[in-house]
Design a binder for this molecule. Structure first.
Ligand SMILES: Cc1cc2nc3c(=O)[nH]c(=O)nc-3n(C[C@H](O)[C@H](O)[C@H](O)COP(=O)(O)O)c2cc1C
Length: 176
């Protein structure tokens, strides 16, 4: 499969009905038809990071994700903050991507949608820097008070937020 022009979207929340997942769906709806935009649904399958298993033949789910990332032209991460930090499973997954260099120079957009979210957002920018990802200027967005900006059906109800998300995807699409 030719993944050129493909975008991998990763939600830091595993919750069914997650606001972050719904934001990724919204962003997917804004991408042109010739771009294959897909939301990663295997985050829960990534095992705990073990440096002893972190080699050319890691656990299957890790190997598959590394291969997926290798073949996409950009990644969008959308995540909440938990306990003033990055959700554990997202951080765990990113830890598996360090030695493989999977994110080196990979265009990344980052949206943190949470009650507050500033700690996770700042931490993720540092982490993505450590991974040498190409975090796109203008494609990072912190959305506080997310639960008041999205309805029960996952629709974004706050116009300013919707506009900012449109700007994020516009900038990102120009970079990939
Ligand atoms: C265990 C837990 C810890 C949380 N800690 C924080 C926090 O430190 N900062 C924050 O902004 N929101 C925090 N929240 C609230 C989440 O940001 C909020 O529930 C958000 O909507 C979750 O994203 P989701 O709808 O995509 O699942 C926490 C939620 C949970 C379940």
């Amino acid at each position: 499969m030719d993944y050129k022009g493909n975008i991998l979207a990763i939600s830091g929340s595993l919750r069914s009905g997650s606001s972050n997942h719904n934001i990724l769906r919204f962003l997917g709806g804004l991408t042109p038809a010739d771009i294959n935009y897909f939301i990663y649904d295997k985050l829960a399958d990534i095992p705990p990071f073990d440096p002893g298993l972190d080699h050319e033949h890691p656990p299957t789910a890790v190997a598959e994700l590394r291969e997926l990332i290798k073949n996409v032209s950009g990644i969008i991460i959308c995540t909440p903050e938990y306990a003033f930090g990055v959700p554990g499973q997202l951080k765990n997954t990113l830890d598996w991507m360090v030695s493989s260099g999977s994110l080196v120079d990979k265009p990344v957009a980052l949206v943190t949608a949470s009650s507050v979210g500033s700690h996770a957002h700042a931490a993720l920018l540092l982490i993505l820097g450590a991974l040498s990802a190409k975090v796109i200027d203008g494609a990072t967005l912190l959305i506080p008070f997310i639960r008041s900006k999205i309805d029960g059906n996952g629709n974004i109800t706050d116009q300013k937020t919707e506009k900012m998300l449109r700007d994020v995807i516009d900038v990102f699409l120009k970079e990939i």
